[in-house]
Design a protein around this ligand. Sequence first.
Ligand code: UDP
Length: 257
Amino acid sequence: MDFEDMATVNILGCKVHLVDMPAALEVITQMVNQEAQGCKQVVTLNAEIIYQAGRQKELRRIINQAGLVTADGIGTVWAARTLGYPQKERVSGIDLLINICSRAAAQGWKIYLLGAAPGVALKAGRNLQQLYPGLTVCGCRDGYFSSHDEPGIIADINAQSPHILVAALGAPKQEYWLNRNRELLKVPVCMGVGGSFDVIAGVKQRAPQLFIKLNLEWFYRLLTEPARFRRQLALPAFALKVLRQKHSLRRPGPEQG
Ligand code: UDP
C-alpha cells in the first residue's frame, strides 16, 4: 500500500486513516525509508482532540496535513463506524510506540524521546530497551522547557539523527510543537504520544487489560484522574455532532431537473 493513497474517513472535518496496527507500521516504515522527503507527522487522534479541532482551525489544518492519522480511542473508532467506514481497531499512541520500538530494534532505527517530567523519558527509554534489546534510544529530553531552550533541543535532536522523534508533551500541545518545528527537524518521522512515557516509565499505571478489552480505558482514566472530567465532557457533545454528520450525509440532495 502506498501511504499517499490510504483510505480516510472525515470525522467532523478531521481526516482519519482507516488503518489497523500492521498497516500503520507499514506506513511508518515507508516514511522512514523516504527520509529525503522531509519530516512527516503522525497523529494518534482521539475524540477529545477531534472535538477541540472543531474550534481550532490551526489544529484541524495540522491534522489534515499529517502523513498518518490513526484512530486513537474507541470514540474515534465508533465515529468512523457510525459514518459507515469499517475501522477494525484502535491504534493508540502507546500501542503504536511499543510496536514501533519492536520494529526499530529489528531494523536499526534510532528513536529520540522528548517529553514528560525530568527523568521520565530516560526511564521510559531504558524500559523500552529492556523490552526490545538492540533498540537505539539516541536521545532523551524532558518536556518542560521554554522557547529559549528550543533551538538547543532541536540542534540536539538533529545531531543525534533519529529516524523517529517521539514527543510526549500531551495532546494537542505536541501536535502544535512538532508542526511548528517540522521544517527545522531533520527527522523522517515525528509523532505525539501524549502521556505514554509516564506509563512506560512506570510513573503512571495504564488501565487494567479488562478495561482496555471492554473499550473502557477512557472510563478508567476518568476514575483515576478526575481532573480529566472537564475534558471528557466533550465526549457526549462529540457523539451528538457525529450523529448529526451521519444524518446530514444521508439527507437526499436537491432534486435534479
Ligand atoms: N507534558 C510535558 N510538557 C508540558 C506539559 C505536559 O512534557 O509542557 C507531559 C506530561 O508530563 C505528561 C504528558 O505530557 O507526561 C501529558 O500526559 P496526558 O496523559 O495528560 O496526555 P494525553 O495522553 O491526554 O495527551
